[in-house]
Ligand binder design. Sequence first.
Ligand SMILES: [Zn+2]
Ligand SMILES: [Zn+2]
Length: 349
Amino acid sequence: MSDSGVVTWEQRWHPLREEWVIVAAHRNDRPWHGERAAPPAARPPAYVEDCYFCPGNPRVSGARNPQYRSVFVFDNDHPCVGPDAPQSLAAAPGIYRNSPASGIARVVCYSPRHNITLAELDPSEILTLLIAWREQYVDLGTRPGVRHVLIFENKGEVVGVSNPHPHGQIYATNFVFKTIETEVEASRRYYEEHRRALFHDIIRSELEDGRRVLAETGSAIVFMPYFARYAYECYVAPRETHSSLATVTDGELADLATALKWLLVRYDNLWQMSFPYVLALHQAPTDGGDYSGFHFHIECHPPLRKPQLLKYLAGPEIGGGNFLSDTLPEVKAAELRALPAVHYRTPDA
Ligand SMILES: [Zn+2]
Ligand SMILES: [Zn+2]
């Protein structure tokens, strides 16, 4: 139902992906008899002896983690792209192509504490992470052969994470990830036509409408986009256009840290559980191209529609490639905005 009580059943254009999202919000209360995600596990201790990420512990590679105190970055011991990937490959058959999976895969531990999450870190600790992300983007992005740096966090068992130690990953690859390629192309065409960044105009439209704006923290903004594909999909971004973190100032980073904290606390408070998501930084490729029309942003894609109820990707999404959303962004944004500002696991909260 929309604010006016009228059922919303329409298609919304996703300007960054240049595709339709079917919003069929009248179907969200369909009876459900299928599989549910497992209930959240009990909180683990602050240090776990056999955790590969805890300070001082050995990893599978044989390396030992230092007694780190804040953010700790290291090369992934199970890299999906890496300098050791085979360089001389058998020729692909027929019309097909292949190439070496070279690149660099890293792990970023957010905190030495095993049992804390990004949502529970102080804004100053989140700022330290953002600074580390900026350093990694610049460091990896300037290496020869690296055309793109994807920084992301998978959080929760429902997105395949078995170790709860707070961490994210970085893939520096010799190709540009598809979503970025799509967004870059849409942004480039929009910039050529309007001389303004597409994402900047998305922010302007969100501010003018206001119903999906969640928070403004100085130079940063949190909103649920008009064209959200997932029930609780939200974006965090600087208001000014930067094609990547590389040019974002320390002051803007501090505002972004506060904005990210705002969102992640609401996520956890929504159902009083550690909220699973896939968080990704969308930044310009590092292949030397002109990306002045591209506006860096952080996208959060939570897979749950209801407590323990997953959004399944099925016929429309996997079969057809477009999303079907059972929820209305205006309603979901209002839900998040109404939640308490203090994390539910804060002592005395
Ligand atoms: Zn750990
Ligand atoms: Zn994006």
